[in-house]
Design a protein around this ligand. Structure first.
Ligand SMILES: [Zn+2]
Length: 76
């Protein structure tokens, strides 16, 4: 039986982007220890770089696709 890593705790509204303080949707575990949190914007901006230095990336940015980007307007 393989000893699996403990299930990741889902990100919550209390998790904040290290760059701008917005709600975090990406948690990056660094190979040298420690972790970083990023909002969807910064996750996208630093995504390639992060995957180079990370041993584990917990990505919840797909949660955002459920949210309508713009409110529908009444064009009547
Ligand atoms: Zn950010």
């Amino acid at each position: 039986m393989t000893t699996a890593l403990a299930p990741r705790t889902p990100l919550t509204a209390a998790d904040r982007c290290d760059r701008c303080g917005a709600q975090a949707y990406l948690r990056v575990e660094l190979a040298r220890g420690g972790e970083l949190l990023f909002c969807a914007h910064h996750a996208r901006e630093h995504g390639d770089k992060l995957r180079e230095i990370a041993i584990s990336v917990h990505d919840e940015t797909d949660k955002l696709s459920d949210t309508p980007a713009t409110a529908s307007e009444d064009e009547h």
